[in-house]
Design a protein around this ligand. Structure first.
Ligand code: SF4
Length: 189
């Protein structure tokens, strides 16, 4: 009776920073302010699986998009998203509103507006293997991470459209822009 029929989909680590690459978390557990807003506004929250921890575990190194841009990782992304795609289609068919999917900007997997890139990152670690040159080549570029690309393709194939929103966790204005968008109550699906 009381349900809002409003749903938001979040990248896994917004509710569980423990899934991030060691050293990258800037909050202890769940991202507080944006999640508090979502709860106060009555959104039901779907937490996506983390595509990296479910393949490489918690001891993984930080990667760049080029390393994940493989048929194997893309297949993994599709496989873990399929059960969520089915839920989304069922909700939409029954009149529920998916207000957006919030990814993590800068991530090689979950970035929406920005992702991290290098053509040199990979291989052995050590000065003798050119580690300094590899580090210098790391950059943030415009574009989506691999998981978000696969999600977007699957949504398009199903003929549904969900607004993709990127959270830059170190930039408060990014969070505020997401809140302002959600307040407008624009539904794409
Ligand atoms: S892959 Fe996505 S869900 Fe997993 S830690 Fe990175 S940004 Fe978060």
């Amino acid at each position: 009776m009381n349900r809002s029929r409003k749903i938001i989909i979040l990248s896994h680590c917004m509710l569980n920073a423990n899934s991030k690459v060691e050293g990258l978390a800037i909050y202890k557990g769940a991202q507080n302010s944006l999640i508090s807003f979502l709860i106060e506004e009555g959104y039901g929250i779907i937490q996506l699986p983390c595509p990296e921890i479910t393949l490489y575990g918690i001891k993984r190194w930080g990667h760049v998009k080029e390393q994940f841009d493989t048929p194997y990782f893309r297949e993994h992304c599709r496989n873990i998203f399929m059960p969520y795609l089915n839920q989304i289609m069922d909700y939409v068919k029954n009149g529920y509103q998916i207000h957006g999917l919030i990814g993590i900007d800068g991530s090689p997997s979950c970035g929406v507006n920005k992702t991290c890139s290098s053509t040199k990152w990979g291989g052995e670690v050590g000065e003798e293997f050119g580690i300094n040159e590899k580090i210098k080549d790391l950059k943030i570029i415009q574009g989506k991470g691999v998981f978000i690309e696969e999600i977007e393709n699957l949504l398009i194939q199903k003929g549904t459209n969900i607004k993709l929103l990127g959270l830059d966790e170190e930039n408060l204005s990014s969070q505020n822009a997401i809140i302002e968008f959600l307040k407008k109550n624009v539904i794409y699906n």
